[in-house]
Design a protein around this ligand. Structure first.
Ligand code: DX5
Ligand code: ZN
Length: 229
């Protein structure tokens, strides 16, 4: 299984986003996670399409755009035009989820559905065959640097099983409180895309922190020891 690392620029220095992106790319980031918040669906305001457009100009890896906004349907075209490669929308915010997921895919973008910590896995049941990825929130969305909610790892496994039952090999992404201490467990639970903000940009060396997260997420290969005589 290939694990992809998606550093969240929410925790980066907004006055130097290009530098931050280059730093994590040098550490092997596979994606750049972009948190879009509207002050309505979540109690925080962040960025919109112009910043995504600027990130698209500077990034060499695909942009993984996480929409934490009410009625995301209204903004799919704007984020598609801005250069998103992946767009995820919350099942709690999208009234016509099937229409929105279809719209994202019609724009040639990978479409994902996100569930909050209190939303049951079954909320993804009908849409599961259509998804390019599913995102499990392991914190309540709105802020970076929160603690991983216990039990989110078993939720990842249940989403993995739901996708498998729908015959869909789409990856499961996990977002919130991911760090070197839990990465291996999350991958073992079925996560293939790890989002990390504070664990990468909250450190003095985001390049090294990206490398460290990948190493922590990789299955450990124990050295073959010579047999004892
Ligand atoms: C939370 C955001 C996350 C956040 C993760 O609402 O969706 O992507 O940036 O940050 P950490 O890794 O610091 O929990
Ligand atoms: Zn996010």
């Amino acid at each position: 299984m290939t694990v992809r690392i998606s550093p969240s620029v929410l925790a980066a220095d907004f006055s130097a986003l290009g530098v931050s992106v280059a730093a994590v790319e040098a550490g092997g980031a596979d994606l750049i996670h972009v948190d879009v918040m509207d002050g309505h669906f979540v109690p925080n305001l962040t960025i919109g399409p112009p910043v995504v457009k600027a990130l698209h100009r500077t990034a060499h890896v695909p942009l993984d755009v996480h929409l934490m906004i009410t009625d995301p349907e209204r903004y799919i075209d704007a984020f598609a035009d801005a250069g998103a490669a992946m767009i995820s929308v919350h099942v709690e915010a999208a009234t016509h989820l099937h229409r929105t997921i279809t719209h994202i895919k019609e724009r040639g973008i990978q479409a994902g559905a996100v569930i909050n910590p209190s939303t049951p896995v079954s909320a993804l049941e009908e849409i599961a065959p259509e998804l390019d990825f599913a995102l499990v929130m392991s914190v309540n969305p709105g802020f970076g640097g929160q603690h991983f909610i216990t039990g989110s790892d078993t939720k990842i496994t249940r989403v993995r099983r739901l996708l498998d039952a729908a015959g869909n090999p789409a990856p499961v992404e996990v977002d919130g409180g991911v760090d070197c201490g839990n990465a291996a467990r999350l991958v073992a639970a079925g996560a293939e895309i790890l989002v990390a903000g504070a664990a990468i940009f909250g450190t003095p060396d985001p390049t090294e922190a990206t490398r460290a997260l990948r190493a922590a997420a990789s299955p450990r290969v124990d050295p073959v020891l010579p047999a004892a005589r």
